[in-house]
Design a protein around this ligand. Structure first.
Ligand code: ADP
Ligand code: MG
Length: 713
């Protein structure tokens, strides 16, 4: 049976090995044991019910709360050559009836339905008259009233199911489940403890960053300009913020959409479709956007303002990188945002106990912004997930490539100004005093006589205001809980004024240190072909091939069928449908460019070996030993299901722990010297300018390696 599962994985999906947890789930279901799968977003839950559905005879019923997703999911299955359909309220009565008839005749291997469908007697009659292979509850947390998205209609299915004589094996899948929710799901669906497969929530392709003390619009402009071809979502806290940022980015020439509850349904739908179809690269949105978005190639999610808690942050940020490719999650932090969130809690109709709880969650969110430790680990520990044994190696705090500047002197200026103004005013007026403004209000209070008047006259007033907000975020100033925030010194302020505590501020931008090991130009051509095919078939582009597949093609330049089939995500059916069109473009490209076809990837080792976690050895040491044994980086990455960046970070960590490393595999003496000299000669001691100042064939990995060896990084 399992062999067959492995074959299906290759022939239909074009994948060589299972992701963590998939195989166990499939095994349980094939053994007819009710099963609960808890895996992160993008972990590959769909495959867990699809492969058993293909293996067992009969039709699989997939229950999903997200009507908007059903069509895409069905399109994806159909594009793999699998017969599937959906029945929901978006169809006319006659369409529904037609599909029911076909279902009855056993035309479909899969049918997607919303929970309400189980209230329809014709549907119930139909499914009782046919052979069912399995019933899967996708987004199973909706079944529990302890979950954050409880749907009573979900729960009432349980009762209905108990009356079905031909009830098949039942499975539940979710990416968010606390212990309480897990117990609830298990009890309701009769799932034995032994058949709970929980892989934890870690997302090793996501790099988390917190950016403080920066002009947000400016940051976004730089950031998005560096990533013009990529898809990203920017979440704002309010509709007004969304509108402003949308207009700003549009004026700067970006293809950008806007999405919030204040727009008409049609406007929202249009924006969403254009984004999914890769026609817009950026979506600016409030948290109204995202449920039911399965777009797999979102490369970054930026939070323009502080989210209200870590639960929603992780869910929203988690929409990046579903295809497993390296992606970034950036939170832009400023002290003002805390005020806004507190205000929203105060204004909400919750009772006092719930408000206190919300304040606690908000505080946890603020703590995340201030931690010096691994950001991914911080989030996981918040969810009581201790499965990540070591730091992620990818986040802003692990990378340490964010440069900081000592701003203690400037902080002292602000603090003493606030003190002299009697701790009775807000950031705006304080900034005016420091700037030395001639405004009437200042004269009214006689502030031009303060010794701090004009102390920061060389700085723009707006920057001074931002800096004050930064000091609030740092906790040396507080603004109280009032509607109109008044600056007061905190206990820590005294230490700063006495020179006993230093204040540091981030200054660098987030560099794209991911090394491009594929041809961007070819990738772009393949994307265009994909877009054209997607438009012809009216499906989202990612349904045809994921970005991960296109990147692989632009890396290995397959020119014949066999080579194409060894590309990740290209199975037999996909090849039959699209293979030749893509081969043609690649062939043409190879003819006109001087490329040396890279060796095709070797099939990965079976997953039972790959994901063995029985040894107590920390993950970075497993990587280290493989490397020392002579396994190439790329192969370690493939076999361990990690990005190459993570693998190199593992090695650097092992070195920092005191292990020897074979540096000559990264650079030779001459190259090392050049890197060190170049670093001396540049002003901004950051990776990107350093890379720019060196010959093109000096990769980021090589440069980083030289810096690590010389204990600069
Ligand atoms: P989830 O429902 O858990 O959020 P999906 O089922 O939508 O995740 O899968 C996310 C992505 O991962 C899809 O693009 C899918 O094709 C890919 N994927 C799933 N399983 C594998 C695998 N074994 N190898 C490579 N990619 C996979
Ligand atoms: Mg899913």
């Amino acid at each position: 049976m399992l062999d067959q599962a492995q074959q299906l994985l290759k022939s239909y999906y074009g994948f060589d090995s299972f992701r963590p947890g998939q195989q166990q789930v499939i095994e349980h279901v094939l053994d007819d044991a009710n099963t609960l799968a808890i895996m992160p977003t993008g972990g590959g839950k769909s495959l867990c019910y699809q492969i058993p559905g293909l293996t067992k005879s009969g039709t699989a019923i997939i229950i999903s709360p997200l009507i908007s997703l059903m069509k895409d999911q069905v399109d994806a299955l159909v594009s793999l050559g699998i017969s599937a359909t959906y029945i929901n309220s978006s169809l006319s009565t006659s369409e529904q009836q037609e599909r029911l008839d076909q279902l009855h005749q056993g035309h479909y291997s899969f049918v997607y339905v919303a929970p309400e469908r189980f209230e329809s007697s014709s549907f119930l009659r139909t499914i009782q008259s046919m052979k069912l292979s399995l019933i899967a509850f996708d987004e199973a947390h909706c079944i529990s009233q302890w979950g954050h998205d409880f749907r009573p209609s979900y729960r009432s299915i349980v009762q209905t199911l108990s009356t079905i004589p031909n009830l098949p094996v039942v499975m539940a899948l979710t990416a968010t489940a606390t212990d309480q929710v897990i117990q609830d799901i298990r009890r309701l669906l009769a799932i034995d403890e032994d058949f709970v497969v929980n892989t934890g929530f870690a997302r090793d392709n996501l790099a988390f960053h917190v950016v403080k003390g920066r002009d947000k619009q400016r940051f976004i402009l730089d950031y998005a300009s560096d990533r013009k071809l990529e898809s990203g979502i920017i979440y704002t806290a309010t509709r007004k913020q969304a509108d402003q940022l949308y207009e700003f980015l549009q004026a700067k020439g970006f293809t950008v959409g806007n999405y919030h509850a204040g727009l008409s349904e049609q406007q929202r739908k249009q924006a969403q479709t254009a984004f999914i179809q890769d026609e817009l690269s950026i979506m600016v949105a409030t948290n109204a956007f995202g449920m039911g978005i399965d777009k797999s190639n979102v490369r970054y999610v930026i939070h323009y303002a502080l989210p209200m808690n870590i639960e929603s942050y992780y869910q929203e940020a988690g929409r990046a990188g579903r295809d497993g490719e390296p992606s970034e999650c950036v939170l832009l932090f400023s002290g003002q945002d805390i005020q806004l969130q507190k205000f929203l809690i105060e204004q909400s109709p919750m009772d006092e106990a719930n408000k206190t709880n919300e304040y606690k969650k908000l505080q946890a969110m603020i703590n995340y912004c201030h931690t010096d430790h691994c950001l991914q680990k911080h989030i996981l520990e918040y969810f009581d997930d201790y499965s990540l044994q070591e730091d992620c190696g990818n986040c802003g705090n692990c990378q340490h490539d964010i440069e900081r500047e000592d701003v203690t002197k400037e902080a002292q200026m602000v603090l003493s100004c606030v003190k002299r103004m009697g701790e009775r005013f807000g950031a705006g007026l304080t900034a005016k005093v420091l700037k030395g403004s001639k405004s009437k209000k200042i004269a009214d209070f006689g502030f031009e006589r303060l010794s701090t008047y004009g102390l920061m006259m060389k700085t723009k007033e707006k920057d001074i205001t931002n800096f004050i907000h930064f000091l609030v975020a740092e906790g040396v100033l507080s603004t109280g809980d009032d509607r109109f925030p008044i600056l007061k010194l905190t206990k820590q302020a005294a230490d700063v004024l006495k020179g006993e505590k230093q204040i540091w501020m981030q200054v660098s931008r987030i560099d794209r240190t991911e090394e491009l090991d594929f041809s961007e130009a070819l990738f772009e051509e393949l994307r265009q072909l994909r877009k054209q095919l997607a438009d012809d078939e009216q499906v989202p582009p990612y349904v045809i091939f994921s970005d991960a597949s296109l990147k692989d093609m632009s890396r290995y330049f397959p020119t014949i069928k066999d080579e194409m089939l060894s590309i990740k995500g290209v199975g037999e059916k996909k090849y039959d449908k699209y293979g030749e069109a893509f081969l043609a473009v690649i062939g043409e490209w190879v003819d006109h460019h001087d490329v040396e076809p890279t060796k095709m990837p070797q099939p990965e080792a079976p997953s039972t070996i790959k994901h063995e976690t029985t040894s107590d050895e920390p993950s970075h040491m497993i990587t280290y030993h493989l490397f020392q044994d002579g396994t190439p980086l790329r192969e370690i990455a493939l076999n361990r299901n990690l990005t190459e960046q993570t693998v190199t970070n593992h090695l650097f960590k092992a070195y920092k722990d005191g292990n020897d490393l074979q540096w000559d595999l990264f650079f030779n003496e001459e190259q090392e010297m050049l890197i060190l000299e170049a670093r001396e000669s540049i002003e901004e001691k950051k990776l990107k300018p350093l890379k720019d100042s060196l010959p093109d064939d000096f990769s980021y990995t090589m440069i980083k390696a030289a810096l690590v060896k010389n204990e600069i990084l």
